[in-house]
Design a protein around this ligand. Structure first.
Ligand SMILES: [Zn+2]
Length: 374
């Protein structure tokens, strides 16, 4: 491929690899504020080096969010959305980091520190070749995506409002396919209350909260319907105080997934519709869908087709569904949104997480074209 963006980026692949190495070695587990803030400072420096106005949004518990803005006020903005946090607790980078067979391994390399490098070098390429578009570009780096985006959601929604396009820089699917749909993710908590009693002498007076919950566990699991894209998982359970006591409390956590908003609502209604099975037992239900589904509707397909056309000089794109949730679900109802624009790699959230280094060149060139031509 002889596109000038590819040539520029190929010459800069060693620098891109160095930056990715720095970002990976600065470990940034979601719960590790100091680690995420260290990545935030690296990002802020890189943004300023490219002429961006940088703002930080301080957070008491999680890392500070970082926003870079280029060409403020020019045209309808494009928002590039990235997260700095990873699912990997600190202490694993030294053992896992390596470059081998054209792949860079390390915690968070794929999800999504390679995306940071791709976004920054897409901008740098446009600047170096004199092709920056006359429009505002916002790069928002958040700190809590892996733990539900509780503090970043309002900021993400505010920055997406009025945007011509939201580029969600999550890792690509295998073969570089974009992510055209996201499953909705729900978290529910159920607590069953019974009556404690001695397991021998008082058995008949007891109401067993674990027995009560057993009915609901089976009912919730039975809501799973793969053909319809619904999956329910009773994922954590607590109950009982001692082996000779009828337990008076049992709590479970439920992870729920749905492909459509209608199914997410149906699933919530089913869970909230559960009623106590044992006489005298009580049931409390809480929670809901934290991330709505992003559906692959006609609007999404039209956005994909346009991106595919723009990217054609670099690569031929395809798209597919992702079983996980992302912040794309928050922006899709607000502005045109496409997900999966990050690197190609494998081992998402696993010990062997890695990216294909050549994909940094191709994806940065692709993102530069999208920024220029959307
Ligand atoms: Zn991610």
């Amino acid at each position: 491929m002889s596109h000038p963006y590819i040539a520029y980026l190929r010459a800069h692949l060693p620098a891109m690899t160095d930056l990715l190495t720095k970002l990976v070695m600065a470990e940034s587990f979601s719960a590790d504020k100091a680690g995420v803030d260290a990545v935030g400072r690296l990002i802020a420096d890189e943004l300023r080096r490219r002429g961006a106005e940088v703002s930080t949004f301080p957070q008491p518990q999680t890392g500070d969010h970082v926003l870079g803005v280029l060409n403020r006020g020019a045209g309808r903005p494009i928002l590039m959305l990235l997260h700095m946090d990873t699912v990997h607790p600190a202490g694993s980078a030294a053992a896992r980091y390596k470059v081998e067979d054209g792949k860079l391994y390390g915690p968070g390399a794929f999800d999504m520190k390679a995306s940071h490098v791709i976004a920054l070098y897409a901008i740098q390429t446009l600047q170096a070749l004199g092709q920056m578009p006359e429009r505002e570009i916002r790069l928002l780096f958040t700190s809590d995506e892996e733990i539900g985006s509780l503090t970043s959601r309002p900021l993400i929604e505010a920055q997406a409002r009025g945007a011509a396009l939201v580029m969600v820089m999550e890792p690509a699917l295998a073969d570089g396919r974009l992510k055209s749909s996201r499953r909705g993710v729900g978290n529910f908590t159920l607590v069953a209350y019974g009556r404690a009693a001695h397991a021998g002498g008082g058995h008949e007076r007891g109401i067993n909260a674990i027995q009560e919950m057993a009915h609901h566990i089976l009912a919730i699991q039975a809501l799973t319907d793969y053909a319809r894209g619904i999956a329910t998982t009773v994922s954590l359970i607590k109950g009982g105080v001692a082996s000779n006591v009828v337990p008076d409390r049992c709590e479970v956590q439920v992870d729920a997934r749905a492909n459509t908003q209608a199914d997410a609502e149906w699933l919530s209604a089913q869970i909230y519709g559960l009623r106590p099975a044992l006489p005298g037992a009580r049931l409390e239900i809480g929670g809901g869908f934290e991330r709505p589904p992003m559906e692959c509707n006609a609007e999404r397909l039209a956005i994909f087709e346009r991106i595919k056309q723009i990217a054609e000089p670099i690569l031929t794109l395809d798209h597919g569904p992702s079983g996980a949730g992302s912040d794309a679900a928050f922006t899709a109802p607000i502005a045109p949104t496409m997900d999966g624009l990050g690197a190609v790699g494998d081992g998402l959230h696993a010990d062997d997480e890695h990216v294909i280094l050549d994909s940094l060149v191709e994806r940065a060139a692709m993102n530069a074209l999208i920024l220029r031509d959307w």
